[in-house]
Design a protein around this ligand. Structure first.
Ligand code: IPM
Ligand code: MG
Length: 355
């Protein structure tokens, strides 16, 4: 079959890790007789440097017309310490989410037994943790239009706004995920303080009537932050609003000790976007040391979304084999470590030669 894949390397280590995913996908293409048309496009600081815009119209058109988007990372430290800068790489990401209607960010949090020693938590607390964080991605305080500063510059404000419709669609998706898993859903809010959270809670309760088999629990966000580190194995699917999800998903990703292995999918109205969760890691850019596995696993999630199940499995098997054989980058190596490109080459060969 033929698929068009918008490929957005972005900033920092983005280009190096995307290279490895493309390498792997090219082998899949050959072995399984598909045709992947990789359409490369600019985003982030790289796009600002070349066009002045972190999400140029041309990039948007490539994305919206593609079957899926494979995304590296964006962000550049030169913007982080300049709060007055008019354009920022992150604006590109937010605009892409809005224009592609990516209302749900799905981050599987999985532990790998061989990496448990890297977890900041004691092994017995985190072993076996396996849950999915679903974060609403195009609403809330990130997008509330009433924002700014008073004229004298001494007060600033953002607004957290949610419509019932926005809550409903992501809530339904979360229940559907729970139905396919252990049928447990935790809805995280701050209903004891925020009006938006009370609308969330009400909407989740209504939706629950259509999913009587799913065990539903509500947690206040501060309590959820605690329980994720105290008792990570209790969770199956978590759903929450944009800002809480931003914070909790970083917390959740780091407890596994394998941040460099975690992929994500952003799903919505148009083309879905698949990206590693670790960001642009500028200190490592260009050094060929970044872990490509999260991006390669994002490519596997992408293939699953395109219904290429065996193909995705072949990628996952290769990643497992690379870990078992210690064919990994320095961040997760226990003995000898390999370069980003060497790991990519190894995965590609493994897939090609495997019967
Ligand atoms: C993420 C990131 C972004 C966010 C930033 C880069 C704008 O932290 O994808 O979680 O806050 O959503
Ligand atoms: Mg974040």
């Amino acid at each position: 079959m033929k698929f068009t894949i918008a490929t957005l390397p972005g900033d920092g280590i983005g280009p190096e890790i995307i290279d490895q995913a493309v390498k792997v996908l090219k082998v899949i293409e050959k072995k399984y007789n598909h045709q992947f048309d990789f359409q490369f496009a600019l985003t982030g600081a790289t796009a600002i440097d070349k066009t002045g815009n972190p999400y140029p119209q041309e990039t948007h058109e490539i994305c919206i017309n593609a079957d899926a988007v494979l995304f590296g990372a964006i962000g550049d430290p030169k913007y982080d310490n300049d709060p007055k800068s008019k354009v920022r790489p992150e604006q590109g990401l937010l605009e892409m989410r809005k224009k592609l209607g990516l209302y749900a960010n799905v981050r599987p949090v999985t532990t790998f037994p061989s990496l448990l020693h890297k977890s900041p938590l004691r092994r017995e607390l985190v072993a076996g943790a396996d849950f999915i964080m679903i974060r609403e991605l195009t609403g809330g305080i990130y997008y509330g239009e009433i924002r700014g500063r008073t004229e004298d510059g001494t007060k600033a404000f953002d607004t957290n706004v949610y419509s019932k419709e926005e809550i409903l669609r992501v809530t339904r998706m979360a229940f559907e995920y729970a139905m396919k898993r252990k049928k447990k859903l935790t809805a995280v809010d701050k209903a004891n303080v925020l009006a938006t959270s009370r609308l969330w809670r009400e909407t989740v309760q209504e939706t629950a009537k259509d999913y009587p088999q799913v065990e539903l629990e509500f947690l206040l966000v501060d309590n959820a932050a605690m329980q994720i580190i105290q008792w990570p194995t209790k969770f199956d699917v978590i759903v929450t609003e944009n800002m809480f999800g931003d914070i909790l998903s970083d917390e959740a990703s780091v407890i596994t000790g394998s941040m460099g292995l975690l992929p994500s999918a952003s799903i919505g109205k148009h083309t879905s976007v698949f990206e590693p969760i670790h960001g642009s890691y500028p200190q490592a850019a260009g050094k060929d040391i970044a872990n490509p596995l999260a991006t390669v696993l994002s490519a596997a999630m992408m293939l699953e979304s395109l219904n290429l199940i065996d193909e995705a499995k072949a990628i996952r098997n290769a990643v497992d084999a690379s870990m078992i054989q210690g064919m990994v980058t320095e961040d997760i190596a226990t003995g000898k470590s390999y370069k980003t490109s060497e790991v990519g080459d190894w995965l590609a060969r493994h897939i090609l030669l495997k019967k």
